[in-house]
Design a protein around this ligand. Structure first.
Ligand code: SAH
Ligand code: SF4
Ligand code: F3S
Length: 436
């Protein structure tokens, strides 16, 4: 049981990808992955630090695992490792045995061996952030399914004042196009029909003279992947040529995530976002006119320090103007040592944050319903993600969830199935398989 490792993942898709990468590294070094902490000598938690509740979830889970399996060693990977560093090891109640940050996974086999070795007193610890580590030629052990993630760049140089990512993930760096193409071709051979390119600022990709446009162009023209998506982009890196490429290529999904964060210029400045309300709206106009069928999603933070009700209304105004297909809306959560935490007190009351988030969620529901309704009576290809007893669950090109009664047993997860869309809710679409 010494070599048996269990891994659990929190946070964003980059962590999902990294967990697969870790599994690939560990399997290559003779470790065996198991499905439950009960069977493992080491449980690795790949963690997120983006908001306070993400941290709390993991801390509770550590106690839970220790309660059930008292002998197990626990390792913290991911963003809490680089965010809290030795603080985690010093916490006697938690009793963590190993810490490894997002750039230290190649050292994990030896860190784990040290954690298991009773002779070694010092707890293994590596949270060094690298300017170069891209895990260029290590391919993650991707599970079956409809979508495969491919990390193309890592890190962030933007230092939005609320955000912990530049501290937990370090500086931006990209992989070569050739190594990304090799990985995508491998996924294509495994039967994946969709890849999602990942990066903390995915469209800031740059390797030598190669830009994100060059990369998308090559994946789109040199592979037979049917659906190419990317996340998460920054509004500052959307040249018109990129939008034209997305519009021109049938295998690049007409779906773009454009994180707004706030619609008020004073707050945007305090957040260190590099655009104003007018600039954001003008980008949206350009996207909509270049890609007429585009589906747009966004991220919003309500209750950033000093945000007044009127300033919040500016955010609401932008949402009303754009009518996003989908929005991820968060209450501001102060992250220790970020610029916002050091400079601005978290002074918007919990009640005000709740009121603002509820207002936006309500409005977004009605927008999503309207946007989803545009697909009704259309024939669309649905990429099947899951098959329940009587139902197929998949997504259309716009990334909207589609539910469809199962018509036969031939359809598999990962298939692209032509469906007729019948009705829409704020949360998804109902459809039936289109009989030729
Ligand atoms: N790199 C991406 C995603 C970063 S994290 C980007 O720039 O879009 C995903 C989202 O979490 C952010 O877009 C932001 O809306 C939210 N977020 C980040 N830090 C936060 C904080 N301190 N409090 C609340 N939400 C936060
Ligand atoms: Fe965080 Fe801003 Fe970087 Fe996104 S762009 S990861 S929100 S600092
Ligand atoms: Fe969380 Fe780190 Fe991703 S903080 S959102 S796991 S980059």
């Amino acid at each position: 049981m010494k070599n048996q490792i269990y891994i659990e993942t929190y946070g964003c898709q980059m962590n999902t990808y990294d967990s697969d990468l870790v599994q690939s590294i560990l399997i290559n070094h003779g470790f065996q992955m198991v499905d439950s902490p009960n069977q493992a000598s080491v449980a690795l938690l790949n963690t997120c630090s983006i908001r306070e509740n993400a941290n709390n979830k993991v801390l509770n889970r550590v106690h839970e695992i220790k309660r059930v399996s008292s002998d197990i060693k626990i390792g913290i990977l991911g963003c809490m490792a680089t965010n809290f560093k030795t603080e985690l090891l010093d916490n006697k109640r938690l009793n963590i045995d190993l810490i490894a940050g997002p750039d230290s996974y190649q050292a994990l086999p030896s860190l784990i061996n040290d954690a298991i070795d009773a002779q070694i007193q010092e707890k293994p610890f590596d949270v060094t952030l690298s300017e170069f580590e891209t895990y260029e030629s290590i391919y993650p052990a991707q599970k079956d399914g409809a979508n495969a993630w491919v990390a193309i760049m890592r890190g962030c140089n933007n230092f939005c004042t609320f955000c912990v990512v530049p501290y937990t993930r370090g500086r931006e760096r990209s992989r070569s196009i050739s190594s990304i193409l090799d990985e995508v071709k491998l996924l294509e051979d495994q039967g994946f029909k969709q890849v999602t390119l990942l990066g903390q600022n995915v469209n800031s990709y740059r390797f030598g003279n190669d830009t994100f446009i060059d990369l998308l162009d090559q994946i789109s023209s040199k592979t037979s992947i049917k659906r190419i998506r990317f996340t998460s982009p920054h509004p500052k890196d959307f040249p018109i040529e990129l939008l034209q490429l997305i519009n021109d290529r049938p295998n690049i999904c007409k779906q773009i995530h454009v994180p707004l964060q706030s619609g008020n210029d004073r707050i945007l400045k305090k957040m260190n976002r590099s655009y104003t309300q007018v600039e954001f709206l003008s980008l949206i106009d350009t996207i909509k006119s270049t890609i007429p069928t585009v589906a747009l999603s966004t991220d919003i933070i309500v209750g950033f320090p000093t945000e007044t009700h009127d300033e919040f209304l500016d955010t609401k105004h932008v949402c009303e103007t754009v009518m996003f297909d989908h929005a991820f809306i968060f209450k501001y959560s102060e992250r220790p040592n970020t610029r916002a935490a050091l400079k601005f007190p978290d002074d918007v009351s919990a009640d005000d944050k709740t009121e603002r988030i509820m207002a936006l969620i309500e409005m977004q529901k009605s927008h999503s319903k309207i946007k989803n309704s545009q697909w009704v009576h259309q024939k669309q290809d649905i990429l099947i993600e899951r098959i329940d007893d009587h139902q197929l669950v998949g997504r259309n090109d716009a990334n909207v969830l589609v539910y469809c009664p199962k018509s036969n047993d031939l359809i598999q997860v990962g298939d692209l199935v032509p469906c007729m869309i019948q009705s829409a809710t704020p949360h998804g679409l109902k459809a039936c398989v289109h009989q030729q």
